[in-house]
Design a protein around this ligand. Structure first.
Ligand code: XIL
Length: 298
């Protein structure tokens, strides 16, 4: 096939992009989006600060724009992200303890209910593990409400939207290391105790290298009985960008439970990694060498 989405679909997978509601009026941007991609993730529009700017008052306008763009194009929509230590509204940042716990679980319920039946997979919890060698949870106000906050969030999400796949999502978990093993241990425990979890997202914000055990890491999670997805892929330009994109693609293709790949933006100029040119299309919307290497590997 001649596009990323159609090529991924040949093996039952999707190829998606993170998109911004404010760019949907850009014809070059939307042209590439509708031609190439069969999944979308809101880059910011479904985060806590965007959806519940004051407590109990919800704003879904921009999230709905992303949703409708995706659905009208026949794409899967990944929901991102119900709970995260970053991009919280100010009112939530000032809460702690049981007030924060109940506000957080209510947030999960309300947002997942609004989008019920429309979302392919939700990042229920984002980036809850610490960097470095501890393999432990990240310290955060949410973590301080009790170690069970993650499973409480997954149970609330399942109750609100029984058909969405529920994912845990994180970065620097792309190879076998202390952080990814911490996540692995949590997922194994959740599966053993019946906590509803369906998938693990690997952000894959990569520099000029890729862990040699990238595929093996995806496979060990898949072997726990969850799907795996590459959720926020971007790769610094300057090293072998095309080769790293190809390696990520081949790893997903080699893992039967790797259901799809999402790149974190469309053109280099759309990227949050300013100056790193980490995406598949240049500032003018032309295909880069990395694009061709992905298409070939799908
Ligand atoms: C980033 C967005 O791309 C930026 O526009 C925003 O200013 C900050 O967040 N991990 C995630 C994403 O899970 O939500 C982040 O997105 C990038 C890192």
């Amino acid at each position: 096939a001649s596009t990323l989405g159609a090529s991924a679909a040949q093996s039952g997978r999707y190829y998606g992009a993170a998109i911004a509601a404010g760019k949907l009026g850009d014809a070059t941007y939307t042209g590439i989006l509708t031609r190439e991609f069969n999944a979308v993730t809101p880059e910011n529009e479904m985060k806590w600060d965007a959806t519940e700017p004051s407590q109990g008052r919800y704003t879904f306008t921009n999230g709905d724009r992303i949703l409708n763009q995706g659905l009208s194009n026949g794409s899967k929509v990944r929901g991102h992200a119900l709970l995260w230590h970053a991009q919280q509204p100010g009112w939530a940042q000032s809460l702690s303890g049981s007030a924060l716990r109940s506000a957080a679980i209510n947030h999960v319920t309300q947002v997942a209910t609004h989008y019920q039946g429309k979302i392919y997979a939700w990042d229920v919890v984002n980036e809850a593990f610490a960097d470095g060698g501890s393999g432990a949870r990240r310290d955060s106000t949410l973590q301080r409400t009790g170690n069970d906050w993650i499973e409480a969030a997954f149970r609330a999400a399942r109750a609100a939207d029984p058909n969405a796949k529920l994912c845990y999502n994180d970065y620097n978990t792309d190879g076998v290391n202390a952080k990814s093993t911490g996540v692995y241990t949590m997922v194994k425990d959740f599966k053993a105790r019946g906590v509803p979890i369906d998938c693990v997202g690997f952000q894959s914000h990569l520099g000029t290298g890729i862990p040699g055990d990238y595929q093996a890491n995806l496979q060990r999670f898949a072997d726990l009985g969850v799907d795996v997805q590459i959720t926020e892929l971007d790769v610094a330009q300057g090293g072998n960008q095309a080769g790293i994109y190809a390696s990520v693609t081949r790893a997903c293709m080699a893992v039967s439970r790797c259901t799809g790949i999402t790149v974190w933006g469309i053109r280099d100029s759309d990227s949050w990694r300013t100056g790193e040119n980490p995406l598949l299309f240049d500032n003018s919307g032309n295909k880069k060498a990395a694009y061709t290497s992905v298409l070939t590997a799908l």
